[in-house]
Design a protein around this ligand. Structure first.
Ligand code: ASP
Length: 336
């Protein structure tokens, strides 16, 4: 007896995968129906329902779009028996969207898999088909959560970073093992890498867009932080040197940031190093930062930390700090 095909919702948000050459350069042009017409091998295997969300280069995807996407996915999953969701999206900000959807969609009942490509689907060398094949396989897997599927890798939405601007293996899973891989052996999931999901499915789409990311440079002037607070920013993420270094001599960043935390403006430190994260307990400057109320975001990626701060500020929690440090979908490891 043949098995019923898995029902997959295909949400299209634009990106290179949907691009065509235009006079002004590559621009999103294929809508979800046009995209589907290219996918005959996949429509043979899955029951796919296309739906247009946006037609944007992902540089233009902003917090309002994350909210629209989360609300749409929530509504679709409440009202239709989808086995999974595939969302095509530009690669440039896909890691931010995937992290934010991981926070906004609490306990999703099915896999929600973002993918895209480095070359348009209609390009002779496109990587789009391969990525879509992997995304559909993951979406049909029955394993709930938000993921990115790219170049045979399945990555937790909170752990993905775009590390390459043109090579096909554009995304890495940073400070966390791959959630799965796709090969001739099929989709192989890594159970140890999959956070447990239990509880009611809920939409938590409120956020604050007043979060600023600062990459520290030698000589950066501390006044910038005061200025950010005065212009209405409500949270700051700093990319620190190495394990969490920041200047406290001559230009005292630690003291200036401490004044912000005392005003109730959260400051979280991540590392400028892509791998291994920060540990503010190691060096004098890090310890001073901790004493000044700066949070050590440890092994979080910059994308996961910025979006988590935005999301936490939207929840009006009793305890912002504890919300920030409570993992929602594997974005931070337990304290070492
Ligand atoms: N600029 C494109 C975007 O992010 C790049 C891509 O999709 O690969 O929309």
């Amino acid at each position: 007896m043949s098995q019923a095909k898995k029902r997959i919702l295909l949400l299209c948000a634009g990106g290179t995968i949907a691009c065509r050459p235009s006079q002004g350069g590559l621009a999103p042009a294929l809508d979800s129906q046009a995209l589907l017409e290219h996918l005959s091998t996949m429509t043979a295997a899955y029951d796919i329902c296309p739906l247009d969300l946006f037609s944007l280069d992902s540089s233009n995807i902003q917090p309002e779009h994350w909210q629209t996407a989360a609300r749409c996915i929530h509504e679709e999953l409440q009202n239709h028996p989808w086995d999974g969701v595939v969302m095509t999206h530009g690669t440039d900000t896909m890691a931010y969207t995937a992290a934010m959807l991981s926070y906004m969609l609490e306990n999703p009942p099915v896999p929600i898999v973002l993918t895209g490509s480095q070359l348009p689907l209609e390009h002779a060398l496109t990587d789009g088909y391969e990525n879509l094949r992997c995304a559909f396989a993951m979406a049909a897997s029955g394993v709930p959560g938000v993921f990115i599927a790219f170049q045979h890798r399945i990555i937790l939405g909170t752990r993905a970073v775009k590390t390459r601007s043109s090579r096909f293996d554009a995304f890495e899973s940073v400070n966390a093992p791959l959630a799965g891989t796709v090969s001739a052996a099929g989709l192989r999931l890594n159970p140890g890498a999959l956070p447990e999901i239990k509880g009611e499915f809920a939409l938590k789409a409120d956020l604050s867009d007043r979060v600023f990311l600062v990459k520290l440079t030698p000589g950066i002037r501390p006044e910038i932080f005061q200025w950010l607070a005065d212009t209405g920013y409500r949270g700051i993420v700093i990319e620190t040197f190495g394990a969490g270094g920041m200047a406290f001599l001559r230009r005292n960043l630690v003291e200036c940031l401490g004044k912000l935390t005392a005003r109730g403006i959260p400051v979280a430190a991540v590392s400028q190093c892509l791998y291994d994260g920060s540990d503010l307990s190691i060096y004098e400057s890090g310890r001073m930062a901790l004493q000044n109320g700066i949070w050590d975001a440890r092994d979080m990626t910059t994308e996961a930390a910025v979006t988590k701060m935005m999301w936490c500020l939207g929840q009006q929690p009793q305890d912002l700090r504890s919300l920030f440090f409570t993992p929602r979908f594997g974005e931070i490891s337990p304290e070492r």
